[in-house]
Design a protein around this ligand. Structure first.
Ligand SMILES: [Zn+2]
Length: 339
């Protein structure tokens, strides 16, 4: 990506082992993330550009001399953040705060919308899958590198539990995975706030019990009507815009919790007063998806959950620029890349 709306496919030098703890993977599947649309809309023009993409599954091609557990030929999930797996935050299961970690697809570390990627701290970062995967399974495994783990994180922070009522703000891939997560964790009522017919249909398939297509105050009123006037126990905020956050806080019932995973586009969190007077807990941030793979992978392999259904378009590398456009125009929910 060279600037807003300017995505090009270019030849760059092959990724190589730089540090002895690196690996290089050949990308089997990657994808375009909703959060890639923020730079797609706003990035300043740059001379060097930025190799985008922070979600991938792939096969290990090479490992550095100090890589111990990851081997050539391993089929692996690449979480969107790299991490050493040994520091105090990794031990706490918060790999996105790893003291040696960082994120793929930044100006410092090249991303996965490519044929191959260099993986720093390979032992801590990569998760070997073991199982052989067909196409449908590939799509679901790919979601464990971000969107499924992120939806799950929102649900955990929002304290989703059996019998609870849940609202999901946002009908993008993360919101849809949030519905899957809420259902998986035993929520009784799952309200999706969204307005795109195809996404709502998928949300219902994933376990949404109610749909609210209104916005702003009307949406708040509608959620209250659906919950006996009080609001929901748990809100998953999967957008990142001010209005979504205001709505999220306003539909939480007193004592409820908001799990925010939408990348915030403002400096401040709105809704300070209602959050305070209703004792609403607001938490969340970049999901430590590396920590969640162990828990979510068996349900993916057994097809108890099918988060891969959020992909409704597949492109080759040459199709990536149009994939961005299609997601930005809300023509596609999420675009998979098959290099
Ligand atoms: Zn760490």
């Amino acid at each position: 990506m060279h600037g807003a709306g300017d995505v090009r496919i270019e030849n760059v030098p092959d990724p190589q082992i730089v540090e002895s703890t690196d690996a290089v993977i050949r990308v089997t599947r990657a994808c375009v993330c909703g959060s890639d649309l923020w730079p797609y809309q706003k990035m300043e023009q740059s001379d060097t550009g930025r190799v985008m993409g922070h979600e991938a599954i792939g096969v290990v091609e090479d490992v550095g001399a100090d890589v111990r557990t990851i081997k050539r030929g391993d089929f692996v999930i690449m979480p969107f953040a790299f991490s050493d797996g040994t520091c105090t935050f990794c031990h706490d299961g918060l790999q996105t705060s790893c003291i040696h970690g960082g994120f793929f697809g930044t100006t410092e570390v090249a991303g996965a919308q490519a044929e191959a990627v260099r993986i720093p701290l390979a032992d801590g970062t990569l998760f070997p899958v073991g199982a052989h995967a067909d196409d449908a399974l590939m799509a679901s495994l790919l979601t464990l590198s971000d969107v499924m783990g992120t939806g799950h994180h929102a649900a955990i922070i929002a304290r989703v539990a059996p019998g609870k009522s849940v609202a999901v703000v946002g009908d993008g891939a993360v919101g849809l995975c949030g519905v899957i997560a809420a259902k998986r964790l035993g929520a009784e009522q799952i309200i999706i706030l969204g307005r795109h017919a195809d996404r709502i249909a998928l949300a219902k398939d994933f376990g949404a019990t109610d749909v609210v297509s209104e916005r702003g105050d009307a949406a708040v009123e509608r959620v209250r009507e659906l919950t006996g006037g009080y609001g929901v126990h748990s809100v998953l905020e999967c957008v990142g815009l001010e209005q979504a956050m205001t709505t999220a806080i306003s539909i939480a019932r007193p004592g409820g919790a908001v799990g925010r995973v939408g990348v915030p586009q403002e400096q401040t969190i709105p809704g300070s007063e209602p959050a305070f007077y209703n004792n609403v807990t607001v938490g969340g941030g970049p999901a430590p998806v590396r920590a969640y793979i162990e828990e979510l992978l068996p349900d993916v392999l057994e097809r108890n959950i099918e988060p891969g259904r959020v992909f409704d378009r597949t492109v080759r590398l040459e199709g990536v620029p149009d994939g961005y456009r299609a997601m930005n125009d809300r023509e596609a929910i999420k675009v998979m890349v098959k290099p």
